[in-house]
Design a binder for this molecule. Structure first.
Ligand SMILES: Cc1ncc(COP(=O)(O)O)c(C=O)c1O
Length: 402
């Protein structure tokens, strides 16, 4: 029997990150040592106090469905966090617990987008913000985040792209893949634009605990009159190193949460009960664990940025948050896909070609510094070696058309 895959699924773009990772893993199965800088996940173990809360919860028989919205205790804890730390006055009824932020993106977009609607999405960006609108029959309209503008939006471009079909704008700050953050000025500009054009703002704040500069992270929902049109997405994956636990949340006004819950409940019923208990502990009992990880990331970032900028032919901006460095390779005259392939095959280092995050990612490689300082040092040496080799390369990889 021939199975016809639905058109909206064929419109989705496959994950370029997984492609690199799968090739790297296949090389490892062949006995080769590969240095991994492609995967966007912390390299630390989940803090013990969180694991203990999960184990205790299981031992206490916490093995049943929870409310679709999540345990009220967890929703209250998240509301308290948003109120106290993010300056978004929030009640538990304005919070829905999801199976990772990834699920929240799907649920939220299903609720706000009709077929043919448009949503403004940064270019480059984490691919879910391209794939999910497409899957829903909506249109992802790109706005540029460019290195020469320090990855801040161009308001002329943004305004020109707003039509009567535009429903929302997506913000990812700190940003995957560039590690940049939206400045207060940019956030205020976006807030004005959203109010003027009656847009919703979807703010992905998954990296907000991993910020390295003084000003810290600002949630757009905390700006005047923005809470009612903001949908804040966050989770435990990056801050607490809990990517495998699959827990996140969405915060928005109550009527939106009720609608989002309709999708969430048919999708997943609820996040796992014992994982929710662990998440309560994560927020309530945190001491220095997240801060310790953040400091270590900053140490690695400082080292890596300096070392990369010391390689003739490469250049990178200092990331303000997350754990990614977006390395500009344009001076080498080779496409990012070809150079990433070259580096994996010849230098055994896995990095992600920027083009997988959108057109503006071409000419860049994303390097994750969620890896040990020793591995980062070794990886950058190999990168430097690869750059030298590519400069000399006469055939095969050198694509002089770029
Ligand atoms: C911008 C962004 N949002 C969300 C996620 C995924 O979050 P979660 O693990 O909570 O689904 C990622 C993962 O790489 C990400 O880069």
């Amino acid at each position: 029997m021939e199975i016809k895959i639905a058109d909206r699924i064929t419109k989705m773009v496959p994950s370029g990150i997984r492609k690199v990772n799968e090739k790297a893993l296949a090389m490892e199965r062949n006995g080769e040592k590969v240095y991994h800088f492609e995967i966007g996940r912390p390299d630390f173990d989940t803090p013990d106090y969180i694991k203990k809360a999960c184990i205790d919860s299981l031992n206490n028989g916490d093995v049943f469905y929870t409310s679709n919205f999540g345990y009220q205790e967890l929703r209250e804890e998240i509301a308290k966090y948003l109120t106290d730390k993010k300056h978004i006055p929030t009640t538990y009824e304005e919070v829905l617990v999801t199976v990772g932020l990834a699920e929240a993106v799907y649920d939220v977009l299903s609720v706000i987008l009709e077929e043919g609607d448009e949503i403004l999405v940064p270019d480059p960006v984490w691919m879910n913000y391209i794939n999910i609108p497409r899957m829903l029959g909506a249109v992802d309209v790109k706005y540029s985040l460019l290195e020469q503008r320090e990855y801040q939006p161009d308001f002329g471009e943004l305004s020109a792209k707003i039509t009567d079909k535009t429903k929302a704008i997506v913000l990812v700050s700190p940003h995957n893949p560039t590690g940049s953050m939206l400045s207060r000025e940019s956030l205020e500009g976006i807030a004005e634009l959203a109010k003027k054009n009656n847009l919703l703002v979807l703010s992905d704040e998954i990296y907000e605990r991993l910020v390295y500069h003084e000003e810290g992270h600002i949630s757009i929902a905390s700006l005047p009159d923005m809470k009612e049109r903001s949908i804040t997405l966050n989770g435990f994956s990056k801050a607490y190193s809990m990517t495998g636990w699959r827990i996140g949340y969405v915060s928005a006004k109550k009527e939106l949460i009720l609608a989002i819950n309709k999708i969430h409940q048919v999708n997943t019923t609820s996040a796992a009960s014992f994982v929710q208990k662990a998440a309560i502990a994560a927020l309530r009992e945190e001491k220095t664990e997240v801060e310790d990880m953040r400091r270590e990331y900053r140490r690695r970032r400082d080292y890596a940025v300096k070392a990369i900028n010391g390689i003739p032919g490469l250049q990178c901006a200092e990331p303000a948050g997350a754990f990614y460095i977006f390395i500009n390779i344009k001076a080498l005259g080779i496409s990012s896909a070809k150079f990433a392939e070259y580096l994996l095959e010849n230098e055994k280092i896995a990095l992600v070609p920027g083009e997988v995050f959108g057109e503006n990612g071409e000419g860049y490689l994303r390097m994750s510094f969620a890896n040990s300082l020793d591995n980062i040092a070794e990886g950058i040496q190999r990168l430097a070696h690869g750059v030298e080799a590519i400069k000399k390369e006469e055939s095969g990889y050198g694509d002089k058309s770029r």
